[in-house]
Design a binder for this molecule. Structure first.
Ligand code: ATP
Ligand code: MG
Length: 313
C-alpha cells in the first residue's frame, strides 16, 4: 500500500474540520486511487469545506463550479474569444479555457456543486472526461488529462430536482460518500471555530436549529449555517443594545432573522415559518428557564433578564 497525497493530508485537516473523520478518510483513499466522487448530503454539512481543506492539505489546487441550468458544455469546457477569432481566426490562443479543460490540463480536482442541476448535455461532456480522461473540443482538438484529474461532485438529497436525475452512466463512474448532520456537540464546536460566543448562546442556537430538522411541518430544516447566524446575530445585537446578558427579545430577533428564511415548509403545512420558529423558540426558551439555577451556567446568564423582559410581552 502506498500512502497517497490526500491520505497524507488527513492530519492537516484536523482542527479546521470538525468530525467527518471517516468520510475524510474514504474521500482521501478514493481520490488517491483515482476515483471520482459524489459527496451527497444536506446543505451546510461541510462538503465544500472538507474538500477545500483536503486539497489545501495535499497542496493541490481545485476549481469550483456551481451546477445550474446555465452550465452549458461550452461554459464547462471553454470557448473562443469572439474578438480574437475575428482578428486571427480559430487559433489556440483565442481559446479561453473553462474549468474542465483547466482541471484536465493541470491534473487538478474539478468540484461541481449542485451536481443534479447540471444539464444532461453537460453531463455527457463530463462522461468523456471521466471515462477517457480527456475532452474533445470542436476546432481546438483534444485535451488530454494530466495525472491527478478528478471530479468531485456535491449534491443535496433534499433538492426538489432529485438525485435520480443523474443518469446511471455518470453514477456508475463515481463513488458516493454520504455526509449527514453531525451531533450537537460537534455543531457547537463548528461555531466555536469561527466565533467567540458565550457557550450558552451557542448551545441554544444549535439546539433550536436542530429542532427545525425533525419538525413534522418542516420539509428542510436549517443547517449549522443557521446556528452560526443565530449565534452571531444574538451576540452582536446584545452588544449593540447594551445589555450584558442575552434577553429573550434579543435572542428571538436573532432566531427569527437567522432561521425563518432558511426552513422549507412541508407542502401539507398550514403555518408560516415565523409561526413555527416562534413556537420552537418559546418551547426551548421556557424549558431552559426551568432548568435548575445551577445548571452549569447553561441558562443562568442567558436568562438573567428574562423576568424583566417578559413583563414587556
Ligand atoms: N465539519 C465541519 N467542520 C468545520 N466547519 C464546518 C463543518 N461543517 C460545516 N462547517 C461550516 O459550516 C458552513 C457550511 O459548510 P460547507 O459550505 O462546507 O457545507 P456544504 O455541505 O458544502 O453546503 P452546500 O451543500 O450548501 O454547498 C461553513 O461555514 C463551514 O465552515
Ligand atoms: Mg458546498
Amino acid at each position: 500500500m502506498t500512502q497517497g497525497r490526500f491520505a497524507n493530508a488527513l492530519g492537516a485537516i484536523t482542527g479546521s474540520i470538525i468530525g467527518l473523520d471517516r468520510e475524510a478518510e474514504i474521500l482521501a483513499v478514493a481520490l488517491d486511487t483515482g476515483r471520482h466522487v459524489v459527496l451527497e448530503g444536506p446543505p451546510g454539512t461541510g462538503k465544500s469545506s472538507l474538500l477545500r481543506m483536503m486539497c489545501r492539505g495535499a497542496d493541490l489546487s481545485f476549481v469550483f463550479v456551481e451546477g445550474n441550468a446555465e452550465l452549458t458544455p461550452s461554459r464547462l469546457l471553454g470557448s473562443y474569444d469572439p474578438a480574437m477569432v475575428l482578428e486571427g481566426g480559430y487559433r489556440a490562443d483565442a481559446f479561453v479555457e473553462g474549468p474542465l479543460v483547466w482541471a484536465l490540463r493541470e491534473g487538478s480536482v474539478l468540484y461541481i456543486e449542485e451536481f443534479n442541476r447540471v444539464p444532461e448535455e453537460t453531463l455527457n461532456v463530463l462522461i468523456t472526461a471521466l471515462e477517457e480522461g480527456e475532452a474533445h473540443i470542436p476546432r481546438y482538438g483534444t485535451v488530454h488529462g494530466a495525472e491527478g484529474f478528478r471530479l468531485v461532485a456535491a449534491m443535496n438529497p433534499f433538492d426538489a430536482i432529485g438525485t435520480a436525475r443523474i443518469s446511471h452512466v455518470v453514477s456508475d463512474r463515481t463513488c458516493r460518500i454520504a455526509i449527514g448532520y453531525q451531533e450537537a456537540e460537534r455543531e457547537q464546536a463548528i461555531i466555536g471555530l469561527h466565533h467567540d460566543a458565550p457557550p450558552e448562546v451557542v448551545e441554544f442556537a444549535v439546539e433550536l436549529t436542530r429542532k427545525t430538522r425533525d419538525h413534522p411541518e418542516i420539509r428542510i430544516g436549517a443547517s449549522v449555517r443557521g446556528a452560526i447566524d443565530v449565534t452571531v446575530l444574538a451576540v452582536e445585537l446584545a452588544a449593540r443594545r447594551g445589555v450584558d446578558s442575552m434577553t429573550r427579545d434579543t435572542l428571538r430577533d436573532a432566531a427569527r432573522a437567522a432561521l425563518t428564511g432558511r426552513i422549507r415548509i412541508d407542502e401539507s403545512g398550514t403555518r408560516s415559518p415565523d409561526e413555527i420558529i416562534d413556537e420552537l423558540f418559546a418551547a426551548l426558551f421556557d424549558a431552559r428557564a426551568n432548568d435548575p439555577p445551577d445548571g452549569q451556567g447553561k441558562v443562568n446568564r442567558l436568562l438573567r433578564d428574562q423576568e424583566a423582559d417578559q413583563g414587556k410581552h
